[in-house]
Design a protein around this ligand. Structure first.
Ligand code: URP
Ligand code: ZN
Ligand code: ZN
Length: 460
């Protein structure tokens, strides 16, 4: 058979194996692995790693972020940046603002993504207003359509739900077969500490980290796990930043709670100290939970190595720095409480873990694939359509050059922000070609295909 495409001479890696094999692609799917084959198009992958395209299951795109504040990315820029960073799928959030219909919000996000996305999309549903209609009709119908993950917040005044509301939302998720993602930080602790800091005149960005201590994350993690245990629903603890929260996860697992745990590059590479940078530059690192310290970075590495974490996501949530709709908005310059939370990272997630993890010998290539692609597909009902290199899977492939040396510069990235928190970081290894369902999207620094990403429905 003459395939549409053959990728030859590469080293293929999956979450379980690394081997040399050619890959034949037919109509966007992987059709043959190994053995003789011919293709209308041949990509010579000598000296390259052929990996499943990255799946970043935690990104924020075009999400309303409060009066006067604008996220820096729309679906075009966010997914362009994702593709240049080796990803073939991202999972953003559909935010139901209070008083809004969840279904209406969902249809809006889909409309915004259509015709603009350069990688495939799967939406998580954020519930902030669990009315009888949302819990009784809208959420079950959207889950039934294949949008099988719901996020709830324990912090942010505009988004948080109380325990009773979280329990009710978890119960609907359980009955209809969805997972619940939880942002675990205790809002009352944070509000108390933030008010105290402001009263003491401590209003610079560094106060953000001080007022969101590990104890607030640890307590909320414990509470979220307890609520999930009571309801008996699978839970995803997102963006874990420290060892105390990890201990809560490990303990709850021994009680039989069905937990998936996620950490992010900022908890390996950044520190609370970064928020103290001069001239309000610390605002560039304001995200929640905040980065911690060297000890907690090591704890997070340990979690990636041991399997405590299954997911390594970016939590890409970009705001421009030098912008009155971004980090340096007028209120934000008066107090850290008004600096929008979140940092860009969808394009640097994979190169950072590849360089700091694989090239520095902390994790092997199969673990890298598991943490950045396969486990995301398994967690969110996409496997084996996505997240692996197997016959019948979508030909979502990233071809990596492990010999590329680069210095991370925002000028070379493709998101809509105006900075990267990783400016100046030296990395080894970068994705050179990215294929979405067999079509080359990125070829050595150039975008080569029209946006053809679609919203993917999921099974469990
Ligand atoms: O600071 C962060 N993480 N912003 C994004 C929203 C969230 O909490 O995930
Ligand atoms: Zn969050
Ligand atoms: Zn997030």
């Amino acid at each position: 058979m003459l395939y549409d495409l053959v990728i030859s001479n590469g080293t293929v890696a999956t979450a379980s194996d690394v081997f040399n094999a050619d890959i034949g692609v037919h109509e966007g799917k992987i059709a043959q692995i190994g053995g003789p084959m011919e293709g209308k198009q041949v990509i010579d992958a000598s000296g390259r790693y052929v990996l499943p395209g990255g799946i970043d299951s935690h990104v924020h795109i075009s999400q309303p972020s409060g009066p006067g504040i604008e996220m820096a990315d729309d679906f075009d820029t966010a997914t362009r940046s994702a593709a240049f960073g080796g990803n073939t799928m991202v999972m953003p959030f559909c935010l139901q603002e209070r008083g809004q219909s969840l279904t209406g919000a969902f249809r809006d996000y889909v409309a915004q993504s259509e015709g603009k996305s350069h990688v495939d999309i799967g939406f998580h549903l954020i519930v902030t207003d669990p009315t009888p209609n949302v819990l009784g009709q809208e959420l079950p119908a959207l889950i039934e359509e294949g949008h099988t993950s719901v996020k709830v917040f324990m912090t942010y005044e505009a988004l948080r739900m109380d325990d009773a509301e979280i329990l009710a939302t978890m119960d609907v998720a359980r009955r209809h077969g969805a997972k619940v993602l939880v942002h675990c930080e205790n809002e009352d602790v944070i509000a108390f500490l933030a008010q105290r800091a402001e009263e003491a005149g401590d209003v610079a960005p560094r106060a953000h980290a001080k007022t969101r201590p590990i104890a607030a994350e640890r307590e909320a993690t414990h509470r979220a796990l307890t609520l999930a245990e009571v309801v008996d629903v699978p839970i995803v603890i997102v963006h874990v930043s420290n060892g105390a929260a990890m201990d809560e996860i490990a303990r709850a697992r021994t009680r039989g709670v069905d937990i998936t745990a996620e950490t992010c590059p900022q908890y390996l590479m950044l520190e609370a100290e970064d928020l103290s940078r001069q001239n309000w530059e610390g605002a560039k690192f304001v995200c929640s939970p905040p980065p911690r310290d060297r000890t907690e970075q090591e704890n997070c590495w340990r979690g990636l190595q041991s399997g405590l974490f299954e997911l390594f996501s970016s939590d890409h949530c970009p705001f421009r720095y030098a912008d009155d709709k971004g980090k340096r908005n007028a209120d934000g310059l008066r107090s850290f409480r008004h600096i929008p939370n979140g940092i860009p990272g969808v394009e640097t997630r994979l190169p950072i873990l590849f360089s700091e993890g694989v090239m520095k010998g902390r994790i092997d290539l199969s673990r890298f694939v598991a943490l950045t692609s396969t486990n995301h597909a398994k967690t969110y009902g996409l496997y084996p359509q996505k997240g692996t290199i197997a016959i019948g899977s979508d030909a979502d492939i990233a071809i990596w050059n492990p010999e590329t040396h680069r210095v991370v510069r925002h000028a070379d990235l493709h998101d809509g922000s105006d900075y990267t928190p990783y400016e100046g970081l030296e990395v080894q290894g970068w994705p050179e070609m990215v294929l979405l369902r067999g079509t080359t999207v990125i070829d050595k620094g150039t975008m080569t295909a029209k946006s053809h990403g679609t919203v993917v429905a999921r099974r469990g």
